[in-house]
Design a protein around this ligand. Structure first.
Ligand SMILES: N[C@@H](CCC[C@H](N)C(=O)O)C(=O)O
Length: 287
């Protein structure tokens, strides 16, 4: 039997090394289920960090509504690198500036150069309920990781960019054991919706080395929303400026926390290939 996703167009891209699929669902009313996202991730050549499902706009004036999936099928309300890839996909249709609806609100993008895009990621959310944390915390700039995780710094800063981030400032981000600490902090009882986990090393006040363990995906070469959260955390903690270069394993992002409270992320995208979903992907796939 035919599946509603059979033969739909899909772009394989990366944003600073973050592996992204852009699935065009604008011609369909189908909403991707978590098990279908996982089936696509298992298809040859289609493994992704995030899948950006592009839907027809639901409000006048918007260009699209996007839903964002991690490799485990879970949904996120924000994905900075994936949003730049969506901006590229729609730039091919002649749109240099976009209004995109996400589950975290309106996101605007602008093309800066052929393969460089800026995303207005909106305002950071800094209250414990918005992040969310499991218990009341007066000052989200410095939170005790309680109960402690062996090998992890004792304190972190929490920021939501539409998705939850825990940022740890360390002296040496390169040698942090991400595979050991990441999953334990991601699922720490302090985070009722789990968390993206960042280890940041201040190289100077406007130059930050960053490694990220992503909720629902694992270690990635770059995470745009984590870069934004880290810049905000550094500025709030008095460690850094409101504009900085964030160095990630897959490339650099430039982040600015503007006076109007919006966080702007600028970075590169790469187009890898375009294909259509093979009907075999969904044969025998069950929820
Ligand atoms: N890679 C993304 C973040 C994707 C979502 C994240 N894993 C979550 O579940 O919150 C980015 O570039 O922001």
């Amino acid at each position: 039997m035919a599946h509603p996703l059979d033969h739909l167009p899909i772009l394989r891209m990366n944003g600073a090394g973050n592996e992204i699929l852009v699935l065009d669902l604008r011609g369909s009313d189908h909403e991707l289920a978590p098990h279908e996202a996982r089936a696509i991730a298992n298809a040859p050549g289609l493994r992704f960090d995030q899948l950006m499902a592009l839907h027809r706009p639901r409000r006048p004036g918007d260009d699209a509504y996007i839903r964002i999936y991690n490799i485990d099928g879970s949904l996120s309300a924000a994905c900075g690198n994936g949003t730049r890839c969506v901006a590229y996909a729609l730039a091919r249709e002649g749109k240099a500036a976009l209004r995109l609806e996400t589950d975290a609100g309106l996101i605007e993008t602008r093309r800066q150069a052929d393969m460089v895009f800026t995303v207005d990621m909106g305002r950071p959310r800094l209250g414990w309920r918005e992040i969310p944390l499991a218990r009341a915390v007066e000052d989200t700039r410095e939170i005790a990781l309680d109960p402690p995780v062996a090998g992890a710094p004792a304190r972190f800063c929490a920021v939501s960019m539409g998705n939850p981030h825990a940022v740890f400032f360390v002296d040496d981000a390169t040698h942090v054991d991400l595979e050991a600490l990441g999953p334990r902090i991601e699922r720490h009882p302090l985070f009722p919706e789990r968390a993206n986990v960042s280890f940041a090393q201040m190289l100077s006040r406007d130059d930050i080395l960053l490694r990220v363990w992503e909720r629902g995906t694992g270690a990635t070469k770059a995470c745009g929303s984590a870069a934004c959260a880290t810049l905000v955390a550094a500025a709030r903690a008095g460690l850094g400026e409101r504009a900085a270069r964030l160095r990630l394993p897959g490339g650099d992002l430039h982040i600015e926390w503007r006076a109007d409270d919006h966080v702007l992320m600028t970075g590169p995208v790469e187009f890898e290939f375009e294909t259509r979903l093979d009907p075999q992907i969904f044969q025998g796939v069950v929820a």
